[in-house]
Design a binder for this molecule. Structure first.
Ligand code: IVH
Length: 675
C-alpha cells in the first residue's frame, strides 16, 4: 500500500480550507447571509474531503466534512451530566403565572427582571465546548445521565463545530433540537413517494432521528437547534440575557430578538403580552412550540431562588392548551393510496380550529378507531397539537345516544370490493388488487409519469385521470399503445398536445433502467433504492432471479425491501406487466458504456479527472474516457496514467501526480488524444 507522504504545505492547506468552510457555514446557516455560492462552497468542501482522505493525519475531528455524516455509532455511550438536566414546572393558566410571579418576588430582595422565550417542542440537548471546539453532545436521559449522540449532532448545520470570538475555555450550552416544519413535510412527501408509512409528528421524528446509528442519514434530515442556557464555572456574565447574546457572538444559533423569539420584560404585564402574542402567532412559526418559558434574568437572583427537587424556582413554563374544539363525527370515508394502503378519514361537521375551518380529521388506522371507540354521530374532541393534520382525541361519551353502535371497520376495498388484507405487525389494511383497483392504478400511473420517474412530457396527472375515465388506459403498458385517433376526440386534446404526448412517450423509452425501476412503484423501492438495485443487478432478469438472501446482502437493502421485491416478482400480474413494458422497448438494463465504444484509443489507460473545465463537463469527460476504452479512477496512484487537469484542481492530486511522474494533461490535450 502506498503511504501518503508528509507535507506541511498540505497541512496548512487543510487548516486554511477548514477555517474558510467554518466561516461560510456560519454565514449561511446561522446568519442566513452567505457570501459565496453553493457551488463554490461544495467545491471547497470537496477539496477538503479529498485532502483529508489522502492525509487523514491532518484531518480535524471537528472538520466541516463531518457535517455530511458517515460516522456510525453502534451503541451510544452513557455520560453523567455535570449539571443535572432538570425540567421546568408547567403552568396551564395565566393565573398560575401571575401566582408564580407574586411568589418569587417575596423570596428575593430586589425587583426582578424577566426574560421570556419560546418553549421549543423538540429534544433537549447539552453540548460541551472545550477551547472553542465542539466536544460532546449528550441527551437529557434521566436528567442525571444521558447518551452521547455527538456524531449525529455534529451533522446539524446550525451547531458550530468551532467557535469564534471571546468564548470561555470550558462550558456547556443547552438547547432544543427540533424538526423544522418544512423539512418534516419534505421527509413525509419522500416517504409517501416510496410507499412508506408517514411519520406522525415533528418532535417524535426529531427524537427518533437523533438515535439513528448512521449519522449520514441524520445529516440529510435537516434538523435544527435553538440554544437557551449556558453552564460553566466562572462565566463572565451577570444575567441570562447577556449570556444568550454572548453565545450568539460565539457563532451559536440563538433565538431571534428581532422576531420577538426572546424578550426582556420588566413586569407581569410584559410577560402576559408575550404569552398572548405567541398564543396566536405560534401558528405562523416555521417550527413548533408548545408554550413559552419565563426566566428570572439576574444570576444572583436565580441563585437566591434556587431549585426544588425537579426544577428551578427561577423559571416557569406556560404551556399552550392544544387548541381543542367539539364537533360531530358525521361519516367515515376510507381512502385508498397508490400502494393500496387504506386510511380512514373522519368527516366532521365543519368547525373553526386555530384559525382554519376543519372538516376532516385523520384517524390513521383501525387500531386508532378501536382505541377511541369512536362512533358515527358521536360528539368528538378535535385537536391541533403537534400533528399537521387535526386529529380526534376523544369522544364526549355523555352525549352518546343509547342506540349508537360500535363502528365496524370495512373488510372490502371501498373502490373495488376486493377483501382487504392486514399483514402481521402492520398498522394499515391493504387492498391487494394492485392491478385493477382504480385509485391504485391511477396512483401508480401518476407515479410512473412523474418527474423523478419517467418524466413524460405532455402527460400530467389530469390527463391520466382523463385517459383512465375514458377507458383508454387500464394498466401502465396501455400508455404505450395510445394512438392519435383515440386521443384527438378527447376534450382539451388538440393535435399539438396529442403530438407532444406521443412524442413524450416515445422519448421515455430512453429513460435509464434505474428510473424505470423506480417508476414501477414497487413498495419501498424509492429513488435511492432503485439506483442501488440497478447498479447491483444490472438488469430486470438479474433482479427478478435474486433471492431474499441475495437481496439483503446488498448494502442498505433490508428485509422489508427484499420481501417486497420477492412478492412483486412472484406475482403473475407483475410479470405480465413487465413483459409488456419490455416489448414496448423501455430500458430494463443498465447500458454499459463499454458496449458503446467509439474507439480504443485510450485502451488500458487509467485517468483521474480533477478541477473545473471550460469545454465540457467533468461527467462528459468521464464518458469520453470510457467511450474510448479508458478507465476512470478517483485517486492518483502509481497505476494512474494521466491526470486530466482543469482549473482549481485539487492541490493534493497535482502534488501526488508530480511526485509519481504521472502525465498531467489539459482538456485541449485530452481532446487532441481522442480526436
Ligand atoms: S430552560 C432547568 N428554555 O423544556 C430547565 N427549556 O421541561 C431549564 N425547553 O427539558 C430549561 N424551550 O428541553 C428552557 N426556551 C427554553 C426551552 C426549554 C424548550 C424544554 C427543555 C426542557 C423542557 C422543560
Amino acid at each position: 500500500m502506498e503511504l501518503p507522504f508528509e507535507d506541511l504545505s498540505i497541512k496548512e492547506k487543510i487548516i486554511e480550507l477548514t477555517q474558510k468552510l467554518h466561516h461560510h457555514n456560519h454565514l449561511y446557516y446561522v446568519e442566513s447571509n452567505p457570501e459565496i455560492s453553493d457551488f463554490e462552497f461544495d467545491t471547497l468542501l470537496k477539496e477538503l474531503q479529498e485532502l483529508e482522505n489522502l492525509y487523514p493525519q491532518y484531518a480535524d475531528e471537528n472538520s466541516p466534512t463531518k457535517r455530511v455524516g458517515g460516522d456510525i455509532t453502534k451503541k451510544f455511550e452513557v455520560v453523567e451530566h455535570i449539571y443535572p438536566m432538570m425540567s421546568l414546572s408547567n403552568s396551564y393558566s395565566k393565573e398560575e403565572i401571575a401566582d408564580w410571579e407574586t411568589r418569587i418576588k417575596k423570596l428575593i430582595v430586589d425587583e426582578p427582571e424577566y426574560v421570556c422565550e419560546l418553549k421549543y417542542d423538540g429534544v433537549a440537548i447539552g453540548i460541551k465546548y472545550k477551547n472553542g471546539k465542539f466536544n460532546q453532545a449528550v441527551t437529557r436521559g434521566d436528567g442525571s445521565k444521558g447518551e452521547d449522540i455527538s456524531a449525529n449532532v455534529k451533522t446539524i448545520k446550525t451547531i458550530p463545530l468551532v467557535l469564534r470570538g471571546n468564548y470561555p475555555e470550558d462550558f456547556e450550552i443547552r438547547g432544543e433540537i427540533f424538526y423544522p416544519l418544512k423539512a418534516f413535510q419534505d421527509l413525509n412527501n419522500q416517504r409517501q413517494e416510496a410507499g412508506e408509512e408517514l411519520f406522525a409528528n415533528p418532535r417524535n421524528t426529531a427524537s427518533g432521528t437523533l438515535k439513528m446509528q448512521d449519522s449520514a442519514i441524520v445529516a440529510q434530515r435537516g434538523l435544527d437547534c435553538f440554544l437557551y442556557g449556558i453552564y460553566g464555572n466562572n462565566l463572565p456574565f451577570q444575567n441570562h440575557f447577556e449570556s444568550v447574546k454572548a453565545a450568539g457572538e460565539w457563532g451559536l444559533k440563538i433565538p431571534s430578538l428581532k422576531k420577538n423569539y426572546i424578550k426582556k420584560c420588566a413586569s407581569i404585564d410584559g410577560i402576559m403580552e408575550f404569552i398572548n402574542y405567541w398564543d396566536t402567532e405560534r401558528n405562523n412559526l416555521p417550527f413548533e412550540i408548545d408554550g413559552v418559558v419565563i426566566k428570572v434574568n439576574n444570576y444572583n437572583q436565580q441563585a437566591e431562588l434556587g431549585f426544588t427537587a425537579k426544577s428551578p424556582r427561577w423559571a416557569v413554563a406556560y404551556k399552550f392548551k392544544a387548541e381543542r374544539v367539539r364537533t360531530i363525527l358525521e361519516t367515515i370515508t376510507y381512502q385508498v393510496g397508490r400502494t393500496g394502503a387504506i386510511t380512514p378519514v373522519a368527516n366532521l361537521k365543519p368547525v373553526l380550529l386555530a384559525g382554519t375551518t376543519v372538516k376532516r380529521a385523520s384517524l390513521h388506522n383501525a387500531d386508532q378507531i378501536e382505541k377511541l371507540d369512536i362512533r358515527i354521530n358521536d360528539e368528538v374532541f378535535v385537536e391541533k397539537g403537534g400533528e399537521i393534520i387535526p386529529k380526534i382525541v376523544g369522544v364526549v361519551i355523555s352525549k352518546r345516544t343509547s342506540n349508537s353502535e360500535p363502528l365496524e371497520y370495512i373488510t372490502k376495498c371501498p373502490e373495488c370490493e376486493t377483501p382487504l388484507v392486514r399483514k402481521e405487525g402492520e398498522a394499515h389494511h391493504y387492498c391487494p388488487n394492485q392491478l385493477a383497483c382504480p385509485p391504485q392504478v391511477k396512483g401508480k400511473m401518476i407515479h410512473f409519469i412523474s418527474r423523478k420517474a419517467m418524466d413524460i412530457e405532455g402527460l400530467g396527472e389530469e390527463t391520466i385521470e382523463q385517459l383512465f375515465e375514458a377507458g383508454l388506459i387500464k394498466t401502465i403498458p396501455d400508455l404505450y399503445e395510445l394512438t392519435s385517433e383515440q386521443l384527438l376526440p378527447l376534450e382539451r386534446m388538440a393535435q399539438k398536445s396529442v403530438d407532444n404526448l406521443l412524442k413524450g412517450l416515445e422519448q421515455s423509452k430512453n429513460v435509464p433502467f434505474e428510473r424505470v425501476l423506480f417508476a414501477l412503484g414497487i413498495r419501498f423501492v424509492g429513488e435511492t433504492v432503485a439506483k442501488k438495485l440497478a447498479k447491483e443487478f444490472k438488469n430486470i432478469e438479474g433482479l427478478q432471479k435474486a433471492t431474499f438472501e441475495e437481496l439483503i446482502a446488498v448494502d442498505e437493502i433490508g428485509d422489508r425491501i427484499a420481501e417486497s421485491l420477492v412478492a412483486y416478482f412472484s406475482d403473475e400480474n407483475s410479470l405480465v406487466l413487465l413483459k409488456r413494458l419490455i416489448e414496448k422497448g423501455l430500458q430494463f438494463e443498465v447500458i454499459e458504456v463499454e458496449n458503446n465504444n467509439l474507439s480504443d484509443k485510450l485502451e488500458g489507460k487509467a485517468f483521474v479527472i480533477s478541477g473545473v473545465f471550460e469545454k465540457h463537463s467533468r461527467d462528459d469527460y468521464k464518458k469520453m474516457i470510457e467511450e474510448n476504452g479508458g478507465k476512470n479512477v478517483s485517486s492518483v496512484s502509481s497505476k494512474t496514467n494521466y491526470l486530466l487537469a482543469g482549473d482549481n484542481m485539487g492541490p493534493s492530486k497535482k502534488v501526488k501526480a508530480e511526485k509519481l511522474g504521472i502525465t498531467i494533461i489539459s482538456e485541449d490535450e485530452f481532446l487532441e488524444m481522442i480526436s
